[in-house]
Design a protein around this ligand. Structure first.
Ligand code: 4AD
Ligand code: MG
Length: 448
């Protein structure tokens, strides 16, 4: 049994049951007669108190157990319904003790986020990072659960690719001339799994890929990583409206279940956000999603130019993150799907609307972050797609296989990409993306 299971089964717990607990030490106080040691076993951010009495308490090696030590103990469960923690362990024996050779780097006084970013291999032993990583784990599990329960096929899009799937020129090179082309041609780390997912949607109908993606974006922001995880569903026989409905339903489901899976962690994070985090997530879960046309967003934002650094607001502009956040936080006051963006600021594969100016794209914007999801209906007309690729000077040859999908029994499809780290930020209320992935990679920095 781990500590999380004990909390879950609290009403059935029996006094004096013998238990083994393995974990890492949070604190150790007391004297030769009685010691109270707090331990965390990684199953939840809730700790357990170990009580050591008699001869055992007077032993030197027990008093020397320090913050960060790894310990395994056996003891009897003692129920303490009136206390802060509803149970503790009366220790009968230490099976294993490993004390740090020197002071554990994370002591209470030294836990600024900047300091912790220097030691990503250890920072998960703080309550904050335990909570974030447990929630990250739940979100990932719930996403798979959601799509599996809806009959989606999970495909593993390749990580090494020969195309720039977004056509944005932000690829990281895997192999080049100087290495004599291992693949006999240039190869990149994938910026998206979408194009490969699209091929599988033609045949499996509903698919999703969920894996690491890589972008050589030189943006030093709190929302960009060079390596991030993206979840991308692709659905055949589905249009823009249909894919927005799937996005909304999936997110509500995944977040609601995570609130249930991780009550202790959410309570803790909520307390760091003036108790507003859970309330705002529940507002999203319980409210119908707002959908707004890009052109109406532009008109709307013009009324607030004095609020922005970028004051030039016009049809055709790419919304800056300040505009996206303002829209979600102050105008809509919750998540919002913006649809029908100008085609010139969007990727080549999006369905061109009849107006000749816009594409059937959507971005889902959320408070605190801005863009969480980007998606679209795909261009199904072969010639329109070829013309757009040529217009953008993308080499047609590398994408011929993708274009040809339209020629071999094609059902119009739609899909989206969810930036997984941005979802973790949204649900945990974290303001820097480097703090929601175990080992962040950004331009100019790669630790471990
Ligand atoms: O909007 P993006 O670029 O869309 C695509 O890649 C499409 N192929 C998705 C699709 O239709 N299948 O990226 C999707 C999402 C963004 O909304 C954002 O949340 C996240 O991926 N994202 C990043 N997250 C962290 N670091 C970066 N550098 C990111 N770039 C995009
Ligand atoms: Mg986007």
């Amino acid at each position: 049994m781990n500590i999380k299971q004990l909390y879950k089964q609290i009403s059935q717990l029996q006094e004096n049951v013998e238990l083994t607990i393995e974990g890492w030490i949070i604190s150790n106080r007391g004297n030769d007669k009685i010691r109270f040691i707090t331990i965390n076993d990684g199953s939840t951010i809730a700790n357990m108190q170990l009580v050591i009495k008699g001869d055992l308490a007077s032993k030197k090696e027990i008093s020397e157990i320090a913050v960060g030590s790894a310990v395994s103990v056996i003891g009897k469960l003692h129920l303490t319904p009136e206390a802060m923690q509803p149970f503790e362990l009366s220790v009968s024996k230490f099976l294993y003790i490993n004390n740090p050779q020197e002071d554990f780097p994370i002591q209470k006084k030294e836990t600024s986020l900047d300091f912790l970013r220097e030691i990503p291999q250890l920072r998960h032993r703080t309550s904050l990072f335990r909570a974030i990583m447990l929630i990250r784990n739940s979100l990932m599990f719930e996403i798979h659960k959601y799509f599996q329960s809806k009959g989606f096929l999970n495909l593993s899009s390749p990580i090494i690719t020969s195309n720039d799937g977004e056509g944005a020129g932000e690829t990281l090179l895997v192999d080049d001339e100087s290495k004599d082309y291992f693949f006999k041609q240039k190869a990149f780390l994938g910026v998206t799994g979408q194009l490969h997912a699209e091929s599988y949607a033609e045949g499996f109908k509903k698919v999703y890929t969920f894996g690491p993606t890589f972008r050589a974006e030189n943006s030093h922001t709190s929302r960009h990583l060079a390596e991030f995880w993206m979840m991308e569903p692709e659905v055949a026989f589905c249009d823009l409206k249909g894919i927005i409905e799937i996005t909304d339903d999936m997110l509500k489901n995944v977040i609601a279940n995570t609130l249930k899976n991780c009550p202790e962690e959410m309570k803790y994070l909520d307390s760091l956000q003036n108790n507003k985090l859970i309330e705002s997530l529940n507002n999203f879960i319980n409210k119908k999603l707002t959908i707004i046309e890009y052109k109406d967003v532009v008109e709307n934002l013009k009324n607030y130019v004095d609020k922005f650094e970028e004051k030039d607001i016009f049809f055709g502009m790419d919304l800056a993150s300040e505009h996206e956040k303002f829209l979600a936080e102050n105008i809509v006051k919750g998540p919002v799907a913006v649809i029908n963006y100008p085609k010139d600021i969007k990727a080549f594969y999006m369905y061109q609307n009849d107006d000749g100016k816009t594409v059937a794209a959507f971005d889902l914007l959320v408070p605190g972050i801005g863009e969480l999801v980007g998606g679209s209906q795909r261009e199904n007309r072969y010639q329109k797609l070829v013309d757009r690729i040529n217009e953008l000077k993308i080499t047609q040859e590398t994408l011929q296989w993708y274009l040809d999908l339209r020629r071999f029994g094609y059902a119009p499809s739609s899909g989206f990409g969810l930036g997984f780290e941005r979802l973790v930020m949204y649900v945990t209320g974290t303001s820097n993306i480097r703090d929601v992935i175990p080992f962040p990679r950004v331009a100019g920095s790669i630790k471990m």
